[in-house]
Ligand binder design. Structure first.
Ligand code: ADP
Length: 484
């Protein structure tokens, strides 16, 4: 069981309008490493969720009327509490999601960094003054909060996915209703406890756990009190939400699937590329939307790269995230496990070679062996679908043109990575890759100071950086006439 310094962080009721609310039904949350039941959490109906939406709607004018400095102070306090309780939050996160404890703590601090960043931004939601187009005209542009935001988030970053959305929303004066993944509601509820302790007023941040994913999604889209939906998850569900928002032309931000290429050129520092590939591929057991999904190695370094990568992958320790030695935790559920198996057996059937791993792990359950597969070709499932597991599929290529063409041969466009020592090639590649983010000689690109987001079917909008508040404000321009 969990050994929390602050047991009040383990919350199981819904957090609405500043209170913990019990409802009739509950659902169980399980530890994916052990299958053990962790908690029974309030399972809200759409009617319950509507109450939270009303609370957020009532609170919004009061919250928006505060000065940026006041909102900043509250967000800053929330950030400080998250950092102070990072060890407890990490335990809760590892228990419900499975990632190694050190990674979980990293996620908590990463999530907190967004709250810090947007606390700072809260004071700088600047508009603009535009020289008039006629002698008597003056033009002023204001940024105003969109209103109530409904958020739907996945299980792979139960803390950070919410932090990245709620922080900019609250900073500009929006209020927020969060529906966390039914697999990982505990991290969201712990964040609500700390928001409460920080003094964030009732109704400003609400967490509504529910297994009725589709119904709550539909309510968010159709309820006129909600002005904007922000979603992270699959492209499939993103499209459903976008369609449902169409009738009210409701604003949507979508952070959807990726299929990131990771390209290693002959002129790369191969050691560094292996290091980058390990991080970009195996972090969170390969369950991130910016994970390297297709690794392209140029013919000249292909064998050396595969050898070094395989040696390092063999060193991973698979296990329960609470054990210090663990570097790869379990997959989130059986469906994830089956997808990994399907991608590997499809690749092997079409001629690929398993260099390392390639089987369920001896620990059983949802543990899968970290895997390296070579001889990949574009007709294999892993070339076009996210594997979302600890599988590194390596494709061999000959020329830069081929690499660029294959990398861009995807309906997704979230992240891409490449390794080269040639500055000209670095610019050429970075400019032609059809993705929202490019890692050049690095496998780790996520930070609160940069705009995270995708193009093509990977989404709409950006999270983090000075651009991160744009998704939560409306521009209003005022035209003053008759100025003498
Ligand atoms: P993933 O494969 O990462 O779980 P999903 O898109 O299936 O991606 O899930 C992301 C989030 O969307 C989860 O919280 C899930 O419960 C929720 N969800 C699933 N289906 C729907 C839907 N039809 N409408 C709204 N939310 C949904």
């Amino acid at each position: 069981m969990l050994d929390l310094r602050s047991p009040e962080l383990l919350r199981t009721k819904a957090y609405m309008n500043g209170s913990w609310v019990e409802v009739t039904n509950t659902f169980d949350v399980h530890n994916p490493a052990t299958g053990q039941e962790l908690a029974s959490v309030a399972d809200l109906t759409v009617d319950d969720v509507r109450i939270a939406i009303c609370a957020a709607h009532r609170a919004q004018p009061m919250w928006a009327a505060k000065t940026g400095k006041e909102r900043a102070a509250l967000l800053r306090r929330w950030h400080d509490l998250m950092v102070a309780h990072a060890d407890d939050l990490a335990q809760i996160l590892t228990a419900e999601m499975g990632k190694p404890l050190a990674e979980a703590k990293g996620e908590v601090l990463y999530g907190a960094s967004f709250i810090e960043w947007f606390a700072e931004e809260a004071k700088r939601i600047y508009g603009d003054v535009i020289p008039g187009h006629q002698p008597d005209k003056r033009i002023v542009v204001l940024k105003q909060p969109v209103g109530v935001v409904g958020s739907i988030t996945p299980w792979n970053f139960p803390n950070a996915m919410i932090a990245r959305k709620v922080a900019p929303a609250l900073a500009v004066g929006c209020t927020f209703v969060a529906r966390p993944s039914e697999l990982t509601p505990l991290s969201a509820l712990a964040m609500a406890e700390l928001a409460h302790q920080a003094g964030i007023p009732a109704g400003v941040f609400n967490v509504v756990p529910s297994t009725a994913a589709a119904e709550v999604g539909e309510e968010f889209c159709s309820n006129e009190k909600i002005a904007k939906i922000t979603f992270t998850g699959s492209t499939r569900v993103g499209k459903i939400l976008m369609e449902q928002c169409a009738s009210q032309v409701k604003k949507v931000s979508l952070e959807l699937g990726g299929n990131a290429p990771f390209i290693v050129f002959d002129d790369a520092d191969v050691d560094a590329a292996v290091e980058g590939a390990l991080i970009a591929k195996f972090r969170n057991a390969g369950q991130t939307c910016v994970c390297a999904n297709r690794i392209y190695a140029q013919a000249g370094i292909h064998d050396e790269f595969v050898r070094e990568l395989s040696d390092r992958v063999r060193e991973f320790t698979v296990g329960n995230g609470f054990q210090d030695v663990t570097s790869i935790g379990p997959l989130i559920n059986k469906a994830a496990f089956r997808k990994v198996e399907a991608h590997i057996s499809d690749a092997v059937a079409k001629g690929a070679t398993v260099k390392v791993g390639g089987s369920p792990h001896a620990l059983g359950g949802q543990f899968y062996e970290p895997t390296v597969v070579t001889g990949m070709t574009s007709d294999m499932l892993a070339a076009s679908e996210e594997t979302f597991g600890p599988v590194a599929p390596v494709f061999k290529f000959e020329t830069e043109e081929q690499a660029a063409m294959q990398a861009n041969d995807s309906e997704f466009g979230l992240a891409a990575y490449f390794y080269t020592q040639d500055l000209n090639r670095a610019w050429r590649m970075a400019e032609q890759l059809q993705t929202g983010m490019v890692g050049i000689n690095t496998g780790l690109i996520s930070t609160e100071v940069a705009p995270f987001g995708g193009i093509k079917q990977s989404g709409l909008g950006r999270e983090g950086s000075k651009y991160g508040t744009d998704d939560y404000v409306e521009l209003k321009y005022m035209c003053f006439g008759g100025i003498q």
